[in-house]
Design a protein around this ligand. Structure first.
Ligand SMILES: Nc1ncnc2c1ncn2[C@@H]1O[C@H](COP(=O)(O)OP(=O)(O)OP(=O)(O)O)[C@@H](O)[C@H]1O
Ligand SMILES: [Mg+2]
Length: 293
């Protein structure tokens, strides 16, 4: 079976200025490989990736089947697909939490564990995974501690303000609502100004108004820090509003079914959500998603 390799350029031309010029690795030795190859030019790449899980002694489930995907440095890609099609598995492979059964997963041409070790990867999973015994502020400060860096209290405070939970800085996670916990988890993912942001349904538990506000904030963070972002979402609107490229996966085993470049100018404002062009793309992707089941 052939791999549907995806181009990394946006027809809107958005990506030509800025994102690909980003090269800082903070002296962590995560720059492009020295072997003369251009592998390091790519932000994230999955090449012919298949992932099988074992279900007991004899059974296996194929979660992903021959997926090839490249995300350019600074690009924002949204991943849509039916429940169980392997979206979270893609993110887990990119954080080095799983290894592919076949194929290769690379970040800047290297194994994801190198970026993880350099603390340059920001992740917010479906389950918020906050430490229950720590305060919200301590949870957001955790990446500094894990990286062995002094905690930047101003950064922690401004992130809590950004996600709208500053007044709960000293509360424990169990004293927060589900959506507030998700917001704390996003703040934590951003703490160290990551080069790569992997977000798994980060706004799923938010009300529509907060979700929209967080979408606008995420766009601002993405465009300021030019962080290479892969967002898994069940919201077609959110995907089209935020992404340079929207990818629809098929039901299990997950394959790439449709790719769409929304191509709207940035910054995108909430008025875009009311435009016929926006609705046309949302409708098209909704049909693709329906047919992907
Ligand atoms: N550790 C595991 N062991 C066995 N099977 C697994 C494991 N992790 C995932 N799977 C299986 O792989 C498939 C894809 O799971 P995954 O969590 O990636 O789906 P998803 O697209 O994120 O779904 P959702 O939208 O519901 O979050 C599912 O069939 C799931 O049961
Ligand atoms: Mg998932």
């Amino acid at each position: 079976m052939s791999s549907p390799v995806i181009d990394v350029t946006s027809p809107s031309g958005d990506l030509s200025a800025g994102p690909t010029e980003r090269s800082t690795d903070g002296g962590l030795g995560l720059g492009p490989p020295d072997d003369g190859s251009d592998a390091g030019v790519t932000g994230l790449s999955l090449c012919g990736v298949t992932k099988e899980f074992s279900l007991g002694r004899h059974d296996t489930v194929t979660a992903l089947d021959d997926i090839s995907l490249e995300v350019a440095p600074g690009e924002f890609v949204a991943l849509l697909g039916p429940s169980g099609c392997g979206k979270s598995t893609v993110l887990r492979l990119l954080c080095g939490l799983e290894e592919p059964t076949a194929g290769e997963v690379r970040i800047r041409g290297r194994h994801p564990s190198e970026l993880v070790a350099g603390h340059r990867l920001g992740v917010a999973f479906q389950e918020h995974a906050l430490l229950p015994w720590s305060t919200v502020a301590e949870n957001v400060a955790l990446p500094f501690k894990v990286a062995g860096e002094p905690v930047d209290r101003d950064r922690v405070r401004s992130l809590l303000e950004l996600v709208g939970i500053a007044e709960f800085a000293d509360a424990r996670p169990k004293q927060l609502s589900g959506g507030m916990r998700q917001r704390a988890s996003i703040a934590r993912a951003l703490a160290l100004r990551p080069e790569v942001l992997l977000l798994d349904e980060p706004f799923g538990a938010l009300d529509a108004v907060t979700r929209r506000r967080m979408n606008v904030e995420l766009q601002a963070i993405w465009s300021t820090d030019q962080v290479t972002t892969l967002l898994v979402t069940h919201s077609v609107d959110e995907a089209v509003f935020l992404a340079d490229r929207v990818i629809v996966m098929t039901g299990r085993p997950g394959r790439i079914r449709t790719i769409r470049h929304p191509g709207f100018e940035r910054p995108r404002s909430p008025e875009l959500l009311r435009s016929p062009e926006f609705h046309e793309i949302v409708d098209e992707l909704t049909v693709a998603l329906y047919e992907a089941e």
